[in-house]
Design a protein around this ligand. Structure first.
Ligand code: ATP
Ligand code: MG
Length: 348
């Protein structure tokens, strides 16, 4: 039986938020604990983050520990998951070099996620080559660990497609040493691309519309109470709309029937709440209070665990160092196979 292996990660461009949580972190924790996977690799993608933050390496450096604390906070543990830093595994860069020959410039320019990101960053005619090529380096990250499963948000679909194309091309030209990975998406539609608190299409560190896993209870409450809802729902008596209503999208992502017995016993479930809202007569404040309670229930243990680990940041760095060494061993094995397949193992 071939092994089942997870590889996923995050760019250290800031702290992690509840979009990362529902899009990927929550699944990682479940998959890590489920025992179905033989190996789990969680990568802090600092080299990728540098492709559009090359002028601010300090920000990337500072964010690495924050992201690692977020991991530990949600319950990823080094005894089950190898947490490591991308730049400390130079084999990944070497693989990227060889994969670059298998991808055309036109193919890179077609990637819809990269296109959107280029627009958001106003790169226009001045796209750093490294940025345009980051999907290739992502293919190196995934294949170096022979990952079978990649739990990520929907914006990563084009990256996975690109990776699978590279794998097929490599295996066809040289020898079948690389593994084609599958994307692992949440089956909850609201979790695929959680919108920001401002109602914008994606909660994103770069857009400043986030609820962070490390926000304290007061901050979360303030953010929830000022969230974007339905601009047509001016008075409680008015009929409300659910489409694009961020508060209801977050409830879809976080709320379970049990929550109603605890916080709003006059309803049995979210469907009943939605029905009342669309009919009219239910104010935003009540719905926001429910959301705040539901979020608090999920976030407070994460926050507490995170704070505990934060007391000893040196230990967190040490964990990343050990993880990076382990990751290097695995990536070096794959790189050796790749070079053998290509016949560039001259001194073997
Ligand atoms: P940046 O703005 O620096 O790109 P980001 O917030 O997009 O940051 P990434 O580090 O690029 O975060 O993404 C890490 C993981 O989280 C990926 O799997 C991505 O799909 C997922 N993710 C990011 N934002 C969301 C979101 N709003 N909803 C669901 N998943 C998300
Ligand atoms: Mg991103």
């Amino acid at each position: 039986m071939s092994k089942k292996i997870i590889l996923t990660g995050d760019r250290p461009t800031g702290k992690l938020h509840i979009g990362h949580y529902v899009g990927s972190l929550r699944q990682r924790k479940i998959l890590q604990d489920g025992g179905e996977f033989d190996e789990v690799y969680i990568m802090i993608a600092d080299a990728q983050a540098l492709t559009d933050n090359f002028d601010n390496p300090q920000k990337i450096k500072d964010s690495i520990t924050e992201v690692a604390l977020d991991y530990l906070g949600v319950g990823l543990t080094p005894d089950k998951s190898v947490m490591f830093i991308q730049s400390q595994v130079p084999e990944l860069t070497e693989l990227t070099t060889y994969y670059m020959n298998l991808v055309t410039l036109a193919r890179l320019q077609r990637n819809p996620t990269v296109k959107a990101e280029i627009q958001m960053r106003n790169f226009e005619a001045n796209i750093p080559a490294g940025f345009l090529c980051y999907p290739i380096s992502q293919a190196a990250d995934i294949t170096a660990f022979k990952a079978t499963t990649v739990p990520v948000g929907e914006d990563q679909k084009p990256m996975l497609e690109q990776t699978r194309e590279i794998v097929r091309k490599f295996n066809e030209i040289y020898a079948p040493v690389l593994v084609e990975p599958d994307i692992y998406l949440s089956d909850n539609k609201s979790c695929l691309r959680l919108p920001g608190t401002d109602g914008k299409a994606k909660m994103s560190k770069s857009l400043g519309n986030c609820i962070y896993l490390s926000d304290d209870a007061d901050t979360v409450k303030k953010k929830v109470m000022s969230m974007y809802t339905d601009p047509l729902h001016l008075r409680a008596a008015d009929p409300g709309h659910l489409e694009g209503n961020t508060v209801f999208i977050y409830l879809d992502a976080f709320c379970r029937d049990e929550h109603f017995a605890e916080y709003l016993p006059e309803y049995n479930n979210l469907d009943e709440l939605k029905a009342h809202y669309t009919k009219g007569g239910l104010g935003d404040v009540k719905v926001k209070r429910l959301l705040n309670s539901v979020l608090e229930e999920e976030l407070s243990p994460i926050r507490a665990r995170r704070a505990e680990y934060e007391k000893d940041k040196a230990a967190v760095v040490e964990m990343l160092k050990t993880g990076s060494l382990k990751a290097r061993e695995k990536a070096a094995q794959t790189l050796a196979e790749v070079k053998r397949a290509m016949g560039i193992n001259y001194f073997e």
